[in-house]
Design a binder for this molecule. Structure first.
Ligand code: ADP
Ligand code: MG
Length: 243
């Protein structure tokens, strides 16, 4: 499988705070890459840079071999190709789950309700929420709301999905249903980059795990290596604290 995403020497600072200090990363098509690391290590910033929500200061980001980090490039078409889902799902409270999902495709893809509805309905069905399409967010559990937020991103037909701690605000008993959605997406061949604190999930679902430390990928490899035989003392120390 070909390389879908590539970061070369990505540098990002906020004022005097050097947050990404030369990140190199390669993500193959259909691969699930998990970013792990302490709070403040740069995981969210890396995902936001990937989605062009933050301009980078140096280095390059390639999507299908094309540099998407050039400052004069229009970020909107690129953002449509990469869905980003956050910890907070931010559904509009006055709209049903279905309307929340329809909003962006209607505006951005400029398609009619009739054109979009079958695809959106099949997304709800695929992720086990067919019966909840007409519900308002406050009638849904946190796990269901987060699944709607994922469906909302998928409705834009992205080629890559980025997930930033999507289970962190959920009650423990609701985490599993969201992780199951990620597993299903992976089984369907979606290319995914996730920042996660769910070490068990990273261990059994990721193709590659990257340990971020101080804005660098200090160590990366298959989960079997990272979790059982990490080379770097700092990786070992981090895992000792979180496992
Ligand atoms: P993580 O997701 O691994 O916890 P972040 O990427 O959120 O790490 O943060 C890395 C560092 O970047 C932190 O020191 C944080 O304060 C800083 N940072 C993140 N976003 C901004 C921003 N918009 N403005 C200023 N500093 C930021
Ligand atoms: Mg974060």
């Amino acid at each position: 499988m070909g390389e879908k995403l590539r970061l070369e020497g990505v540098i990002k600072s906020f004022g005097a705070n050097d947050v990404l200090c030369g990140v190199d990363l390669s993500v193959d098509e259909g691969e699930m890459v998990c970013l792990i690391g302490a709070s403040g290590s740069g995981k969210s910033t890396l995902l936001r840079c990937l989605n062009l929500l933050e301009p980078i200061d140096d280095g390059r980001i390639l999507l299908d071999g094309v540099d998407i980090s050039e400052p004069d490039l229009d970020p909107l078409p690129v953002r449509q190709r990469m869905g980003l889902v956050f910890q907070s799902y931010n559904l509009f409270p006055h709209m049903t789950a279905f309307e929340n999902v329809m909003l962006a495709p209607r505006r951005v893809l400029r398609k009619s309700r009739a054109e979009l509805a079958p695809g959106v309905e099949s997304l709800f069905a695929r992720f086990g929420l067919a019966a909840q399409m007409g519900h308002y967010p406050d009638q849904l559990s946190g796990g269901q709301q987060q699944r709607v937020a994922i469906i909302r991103a998928l409705a834009m037909r992205p080629e890559v999905m980025l997930f930033d701690e999507v289970t962190s605000s959920l009650d423990p008993e609701l985490v599993g249903e969201v992780l199951d959605v990620l597993r299903l997406l992976k089984s369907e061949g979606m290319t995914m980059v996730l920042a996660t604190h769910e070490m068990g999930f990273a261990r059994d679902a990721a193709d590659k795990v990257c340990f971020l430390d101080g804005g660098r990928i200090l160590e990366e490899g298959p989960p079997a290596t990272i979790f059982t035989d990490p080379h770097e003392p700092r990786t070992r120390e981090f895992l000792r604290r979180v496992l």
